[in-house]
Design a protein around this ligand. Sequence first.
Ligand SMILES: [Zn+2]
Length: 432
Amino acid sequence: MQAVIMAGGKGTRLSSVTKDIPKPMVKLNGKPLLEYQIENLRNCGITEIFMITGHLSHVIMEYFSDGHKWGVNITYYNEEKPLGTAGALAFLRDSLDDDFLLLLGDLYLEVDFTRFILFHKKNNSEISLFAHPNAHPQDSDLIVALKDGRVTDWISKHTERTDYYRNLVNAGIYILDKKTICGLEEGKTYDLDKEIIAPLIAVGQVYAYRSTEYVKDIGTPERLSCVEKDIKKGIPSSRNLSNKQQCIFLDRDGTINRYKGFVRHTEDLELEEKAALAIKKINASPYLTVVVSNQPVIARGECSFGELEKIHSRMETLLGLEGAYLDRIYYCPHHTDKGFEGEIPELKFECDCRKPKTGMLTRAAAEMNIDLASSWIIGDTTVDIQTGKNAGMKTCLVMTGEAGEDKKYDAKPDLVGKNLLECIEMILGDKE
Ligand SMILES: [Zn+2]
């Protein structure tokens, strides 16, 4: 696959560090941002690169030349006047293959592009967006997607939010079918999000690829220095999905949110004290944060899938306001005991995902390349601890919620913490 990098950014907010260089040439630990991008592409076998340049384009061209030093072939298109986020694509049309990757040049990323490309091919849609949760969803554009990834809505950061929302943000990496740019007129200004993506969302042609990988924009000096520190700690490469991942699996009720019996209504969900701070610490570590929760209320007909989605939206909204995010939420909607009024017969069976069975963990491991043996599970019941034992993981009992008083299993946890924060601090130890 070919890649197009939009490297024309001026970087006004970075002017203190980019006086005589275009923003994508800003150095992180001594190396230009664009060089990291080019190496990432090459490592995934993507060697034909088109670079759209603008402001101070000669600096980029002099540094990379035709790209042979990096094992790639670079072709430049220099925008004499800025044509928005997509106008330049009209000039590349004849050189591009049927599908191409498009990257914003101000991103630091370490991504296994082969997975993203496979996702795009599988859905056969016109556009795939690379999407992820972030630490500030409240001031980000949000993507609303179905379980299979089909995008149904796009919520601008400028619209006032009156409802809870899932934390899913467009990262600035796309795969586009060439059809989507065929109608562009040369020399005209186009906005990628508004004029190309939005109309295709309306007809179901846009899919969101959810990734846990490291993608951050370096728009301000603070973000830049934060990314530099992460690189030194090896966090971006540890998150690259071509490498085995370590994960901290979290139970939901009694662990993240206060235990009040079953949560059936959105407003019933209240975060445990310091749970957001604890999750924020996992987010800054090499570990992924994945929720695994039994929700038999669905099978019993006491809470609908729609209501559960709202409950998870509230959880992600509340966490997001405190700068914390979850990489993924898995839940088991099944239950075997029959006789509940309004129950859903097709969910009443012996599934393989209800904890202490390991179905949710093995599914997560397959989807995110997780090494279970070096991962943890934290929960407030002996069921959670038994689940971890069954999956060959390390286990931690948290003394909130049921605090192990369910006493269904004898499994002994490796660690016990008084709240989620203490558990996380014990697990991360010197890894912080
Ligand atoms: Zn299940």
